[in-house]
Design a protein around this ligand. Structure first.
Ligand code: C2O
Ligand code: CU
Length: 513
């Protein structure tokens, strides 16, 4: 495995050599070793953090714990931050410093990743890469400057913990907010099975057997990573979902069978609600915290004006519905009508939905399975969006192009990049100051939401800025970014089961560049 101490030592040594005028010595013809990269807590990373000139410090405390929580008349045993689902929202302003303490009261190592934030590499929360895992019973302090306003979120980066209840919104306010609105509502979407049909670790074990998995019934008794003894899947079936189809997603919609889809931690029969006055201009911040589900979202009786995706502003576009992949965020503005309106999150291709309500007047609450017509109206695509103002990257030819072929399939559950599983010793080199292009060629029969840590790329051809983007089957998505945040960064599929199976890799800044 990856030894951080060795990693840091060699990393600092390489940076020191470069600083004293020595040339970087490549250890192989075309494959630099760990010591050739800017290490997560190196002097260069510290210098870039200092240049962010963080202002006021905002403190937060997160306790990752094993709890029983109420999804709305359904109690489940799961893992959460502080017994709440979603976890308590963290809110600060761009330019401020977040000082967050994590306490680990789980039964496994953990850490926190701050999804979408351009932060110092050693606060990125990837265990065995940017920090030591936080052991059971220990605490860990994160401290980093947040420069970019927007809608972000946080979750663990260990195994499939994200598919439990470990997630919370991270909202960064703009001190010069250009939008005018009266109120705000954060809407977090999730697919749920933990404590109902099994645990995410059991799901991963079953999926890892591939579609020949039915031959391996003996796997049922093996002790898992979570220290539990696996029991067979739900009675008469399995966790594997077959036949979930979506035209929007180019075919196969997902791998995993979920009994519930949650909006703000509530099942559809006991929905969360926003209560306000008719005529309120409401900013809704959508976050997809699911593990294997894209959501198609609409607010009955309303059209939405899309203002941001993944924290960055877009030129406003009016739409009936949104398609949100795992890890993606959208901000919209709506002017509320008078009555009771369903906010429906359709589990795309899975024939089920999550629900919340908007109530501004009298009226009966709609049925839990309501399907407002907006769901089949206009759905914005990346091509319909363009970056607003300073969100547009300068036009520049890429200095470097990296080809990442999305590979693997359900048969052997061998998801990866370029035909290989994640290997912490394989790092794609980039240099500080470069414009880097990733060519994400999806050769599989499934869609994948690909996420890059520490940067927000521009999607060709519209230039819309995102940190997580859906790549449909048999398509290639080009994304460009400026290499301005030195360190070693993950890029991976945000389907947590695909990522754990191996669809993750690393980009590293060469030291002395
Ligand atoms: Cu939200 Cu590495 O991911
Ligand atoms: Cu994937």
């Amino acid at each position: 495995m990856f030894d951080r101490r060795t990693f840091l030592r060699t990393g600092i040594a390489a940076a020191g050599t470069a600083a004293s005028g020595g040339l970087l010595v490549a250890c192989g013809a075309d494959s630099p070793g760990r010591g050739d990269f800017v290490a997560p807590d190196s002097a260069r990373v510290h210098a870039v953090e200092r240049a962010r000139h963080g202002g006021r410090t905002v403190s937060a405390r997160l306790v990752a714990s094993r709890d029983t929580i109420d999804l709305g008349g359904r109690a489940v045993a799961t893992w959460t931050y502080g017994g709440r689902l979603p976890g308590q929202q963290i809110r600060l302003r761009a330019g401020e410093i977040l000082a967050a303490t994590l306490r680990n009261d789980l039964a496994a190592d953990t850490s926190i990743h701050w999804h979408g934030i351009t932060l110092r590499n050693d606060a990125d929360g990837v265990p065995d890469l940017t920090q030591e895992p936080v052991r059971v019973g220990n605490t860990y302090d994160y401290r980093f400057t947040v420069t970019q306003p927007g809608t972000y979120w946080l979750h663990p980066h260990s195994g499939v913990q994200l598919d439990r209840g470990l997630y919370a919104p991270l909202i960064v306010e703009d001190p010069h907010e250009p939008l005018r609105y009266d109120d705000e509502w954060v809407v977090v979407l999730d697919d749920w099975l933990d404590g109902v049909t099994g645990t995410p670790d059991q799901v991963l074990r079953e999926l890892s057997n591939g579609m020949g998995g039915m031959d391996h019934g003996d796997m049922g008794g093996m002790p898992g990573m979570d220290g539990e003894t696996a029991s067979p899947g739900p009675a008469g079936g399995s966790h594997m979902l077959m036949g979930a189809k979506s035209d929007l997603l180019g075919g196969d919609a997902g791998d995993v069978r979920y009994p519930y889809f949650l909006v703000n931690g509530r099942i559809a029969t006991a929905p969360d609600r926003y209560t306000g006055k008719p005529g309120t201009r409401l900013r809704i911040r959508f976050i997809n915290a699911g593990a294997d589900t894209a959501f198609r979202v609409a607010l009955g009786g309303h059209r939405m004006s899309v203002t941001h995706t993944d924290g960055y502003p877009v030129k406003p576009v009016t739409t009936d519905a949104l398609l949100i992949g795992m890890g993606e965020r959208y901000d919209v503005l709506v002017t509320l009508g008078d009555g009771v309106f369903p906010l429906v999150a359709l589990a795309e291709g899975k024939r089920a939905n999550g629900l919340a309500l908007v109530r501004t007047g009298a009226g009966r609450a709609p049925d839990a399975k309501v399907r407002p017509k907006q769901l089949s109206g206009r759905i914005v695509s990346y091509r319909d969006l363009s970056p607003a103002g300073e969100a547009r990257l300068s036009s520049k030819k890429p200095d470097r192009t990296i080809d990442l072929k999305l590979t693997g399939g359900m048969m052997h559950y061998d998801w990866g990049f370029n035909g290989r599983k994640y290997d912490p010793n394989r790092i794609e080199p980039i240099r500080e100051g470069e414009r880097v292009r990733l060519r994400l060629a999806n050769t599989t029969t499934m869609w994948h939401p690909i996420h890059l840590h520490g940067h927000t790329f521009a999607v060709a051809d519209s230039g819309v800025r995102k940190d997580t983007a859906i790549v449909l089957p048999n398509t290639t998505l080009r994304v460009d970014f400026d290499a301005d945040n030195p360190g070693i960064w993950m890029t991976h599929c945000h389907n947590v089961y695909h990522a754990e199976a191996g669809m993750m890799t690393l980009l590293g800044y060469l030291a002395g560049s």
